[in-house]
Write a protein that binds this ligand. Structure first.
Ligand code: ADP
Length: 313
């Protein structure tokens, strides 16, 4: 079809694991900029398109129309058979860049509340449409020119409409991976994304990854040390998970006061919400819908209007 002739490809913006991303603009209107994500041909999939590309296309189409989900404008295949996703161009980098640039970017509780609101609404939208993102992290939260945060990178997403189906436990970047996946659970829910949302929340506050494990074993040890050891008492059935192993010195589940010391910058209500996202038992972890009803959003300070949010320098 003609979709490919609608856009002119410009300079390379970046390279990801399965795609190169280019700046582009509309042929008829040069001021309409887009990002063209050209999926690399992977040897394993010579005769077809890589499954992550199919997923990204499918779920972005399904989730279309929410302010906090990156817009997929169009899809085309180039002569070399490559799949190209034409995405909304998001020029202001991602949340990870802002969190890390401690020397130039200052932000406070009202800004964190605005960013967390946008992230929570994005995840609520995914889950309300039976989609698990499965790779929530600051680097996948891109920032639009007007300050809106957009959830991107749906290459690992999948539908959870059918609860009987086994799913892979090998998803979500390690630091943001919940204990049920680290223990090899093959049946899981939107709670996996909520854990990641909680770790993004923690990271926004302390401006460093909260649980940066160097291996899966270390990741579990960090969770036990910081949040508490998963046991039959706090999580009925956990010891039956295939890869359940925890350090022998059992740590009790941390109370709110332990979190207040390190995360108190968002106030007692903010810390209450944080602790509810970091509940070990996925069945008792807060849902995206419940998060949106939390009193923290209404408490002072109010979330910063998007146009006034800090930007990268
Ligand atoms: P990864 O998540 O592995 O970095 P991506 O393929 O999603 O891979 O993106 C690669 C890089 O391209 C990103 O780090 C970013 O710099 C840039 N990029 C991706 N999507 C966009 C976009 N919509 N607008 C602007 N830049 C983008």
């Amino acid at each position: 079809e003609d979709e490919k002739n609608k856009y002119i490809k410009g300079k390379k913006l970046g390279e990801g694991t399965y795609a190169n991303v280019y700046l582009g603009h509309s042929r008829v209107d040069a001021s309409t900029q887009v990002a063209i994500k050209k999926i690399k041909v992977q040897k394993e999939y010579q005769d077809g398109i890589a499954p992550d590309a199919i997923r990204e296309m499918k779920y972005l189409q399904k989730l279309r129309g929410h302010a906090n989900i990156i817009i997929l404008h169009s899809v085309f295949s180039s002569k070399d058979q490559n799949l190209n996703l034409v995405l909304e161009y998001l020029p202001l980098g991602d949340l990870e860049m802002l969190i890390r640039d401690v020397d130039h970017v200052r932000y406070g509780a009202a800004d964190i509340k605005a960013w967390m609101g946008m992230l929570t609404r994005a995840i609520w939208w995914c889950h309300d449409n039976y989609v698990l993102h499965r790779d929530i992290k600051p680097n996948n939260l891109l920032i639009a020119a007007d300050g809106e945060v957009k959830l991107a990178d749906f290459g690992l997403a999948r539908s959870f409409a059918d609860p009987g189906v086994r799913m892979t436990a090998n998803v979500i970047t390690r630091w943001y991976r919940p204990p049920e996946l680290l223990f090899g659970a093959r049946h899981y829910s939107g709670a996996v994304d909520i854990w990641s949302v909680g770790l993004v929340f923690a990271e926004l506050i302390i401006r460093a990854p909260y649980l940066p494990g160097n291996s899966e074993v270390e990741q579990i040890a960090l969770i036990c040390r910081e949040i508490g050891t998963p046991t039959e008492e706090n999580w009925p059935g956990v010891t039956q998970l295939k890869e359940y192993t925890v350090p022998s010195d059992v740590v009790p589940v941390a109370g709110k006061d332990k979190y207040m010391g390190r995360f108190g910058a968002v106030g007692s209500d903010g810390v209450d919400l944080l602790t509810k996202t970091l509940v070990l038992d996925p069945r008792r972890r807060i849902t995206a819908r419940e998060m949106l009803e939390h009193r923290w959003w209404k408490a002072d300070p109010k979330p910063t209007p998007k146009h006034d949010l800090p930007k990268k320098t």
